[in-house]
Design a binder for this molecule. Structure first.
Ligand SMILES: Cc1ncc(COP(=O)(O)O)c(C=O)c1O
Length: 422
């Protein structure tokens, strides 16, 4: 994003042109920013540990156009569900290019996951006998919950530690791999995902050490050759103005250093090092362009926009912060106001007492920052508010990447029994 003469541009396209062409609210993604984010991170990790690969956690943004950008850059896919495995297939990816990290799987999930032939990453020791009922995965890993987690994005998001629903307890990890080996599984990896939006490089060193100490003992005692170690995602981005960026080079250096040390300590054959971030690649490359539709002066001033909690769920869901720019008014004096969407829930009053340009007016365009990850993918249709359009920009070109929903989408799967139509 840039601001020239007060006007906001996404890559080189004025937001006014995007709003005129596609309407609002619309998600807009900067292709070159995604590529830059990916390349910066890959370069950092490969510099210190050449046998490194990223898998893109497609849950964060499952638009195939976005996923194709990351596939072109060389990413595999981290799939959280069978349907995400099928999305990967639409990208032309399968087998060892895809990692299935579901949790609390149904028998159907297991059966279809096995049939797909991707790497199976199990979230619990109890899932293994259920998997073995249906078949033997060629390639298996377990997700370790190392007992710690860190999260900077809001409440309830932390996915490691005793309060998380994810992962195998460290006391069970040896037995988990032992059972898998006894069952005749021959190819192994190891996985964890204990952090979300972390910007402290030292944290990544710390959790790598934790994983390697657990996995190293397993490798040594069971004589297992781990072909990959996957540190999960969690590479953070700054959401609030003034927040520091993650020093990705330092994170890569620290991780690789401890990783290499632990390989030597436990006598492991050097595995491929993997990570499966999403936010770091797409988070700051995505924006929502919205319109100010009404302004209420009551107990307080509230700016009403078409960016509602159904369009961007994160603030209402877990108190996440998203910065807002107002086109043509960024140089104006500011005063604290509230800002909301159009959904009949008070959690849709998602900005409170934030300094916004004083003269914000009907028809103004707002640009909501850092909306590329967990934005559209978490949108929904409550109140009959439909899902927005998605657009890709590259230089001064732009393309529709997903159509705005219509009323037909709201009733597409609905059938009304005949007697109710009389
Ligand atoms: C298993 C797993 N891997 C990767 C990710 C991606 O995380 P992030 O977007 O924070 O990098 C997530 C996010 O929830 C996840 O659950």
């Amino acid at each position: 994003m840039k601001i020239k003469n007060g006007q906001i541009y996404l890559e080189d396209v004025p937001v006014t042109e995007l709003a005129k062409t596609y309407g609002t609210p619309t998600y807009v993604y900067e292709e070159n920013r995604i590529r830059c984010n990916f390349r910066r991170a890959l370069k950092a990790f490969q510099k210190y540990y050449p046998n490194f690969r990223f898998f893109y956690a497609i849950k964060a943004n499952n638009n195939l156009a976005i996923a194709h950008i990351l596939r072109q850059e060389g990413a595999g896919i981290d799939a959280a569900s069978v349907n995400e495995i099928l999305l990967a297939k639409k990208l032309g990816l399968g087998g060892t290019d895809v990692m299935f990290s579901g949790n609390f799987l149904s028998d159907d999930d297991i059966r279809q996951g096995l049939e797909s032939g991707v790497i199976f990453n199990l979230d619990d020791i109890s899932t293994l006998p259920r998997v073995l009922k249906f078949g033997k995965p060629e390639f298996l890993s377990f997700r370790l919950n190392p007992g710690y987690g860190q999260c900077e994005v809001g409440d309830f998001v932390c996915n490691g530690g005793p309060d998380a629903k994810f992962g195998v307890h460290p006391d069970q990890i040896m037995d988990a791999y032992r059972l898998a080996k006894e069952a005749g599984i021959t190819r192994f990896g190891a996985h964890m995902m204990p952090g979300s939006c972390v910007r402290d490089p030292e944290y990544f060193r710390f959790i790598t050490e934790l994983l390697m100490d657990n996995i190293g003992k397993v490798g040594k005692e069971l004589n297992i050759n781990f072909e990959f170690i996957d540190l999960g995602g969690g590479l953070g981005i700054p959401y609030k103005p003034g927040d520091h960026v993650l020093d990705i080079d330092e994170a890569a250096r620290l991780v690789s250093e401890v990783f290499t040390e632990k390989i030597a300590e436990y006598g492991l054959q050097p595995p491929r090092l993997m990570m499966e971030p999403a936010r770091y690649f797409v988070g700051d490359a995505g924006y929502i362009v919205g319109t100010v539709h009404s302004i209420k002066d009551s107990y307080k001033r509230i700016i009403g926009t078409d960016v509602s909690m159904n369009t961007l769920a994160r603030p209402a869901m877990y108190g996440a912060y998203h910065h807002i720019y107002v086109n043509g008014r960024e140089d104006e004096e500011r005063k604290p106001v509230g800002l909301c969407g159009q959904v009949c829930e008070n959690t849709d009053f998602w900005v409170r007492d934030r300094p916004l340009p004083e003269n914000i007016s009907l028809g103004d365009l707002i640009v909501v920052e850092n909306a590329g990850a967990y934005g559209y993918a978490m949108s929904y249709q409550y109140n009959g508010r439909l899902k927005p359009a998605e657009v890709i920009v590259n230089g001064n070109q732009h393309w529709l990447a997903r159509e705005r929903e219509t009323i037909e989408d709201l009733v597409r799967n609905v059938t009304v029994p005949g007697h109710l139509l009389k």
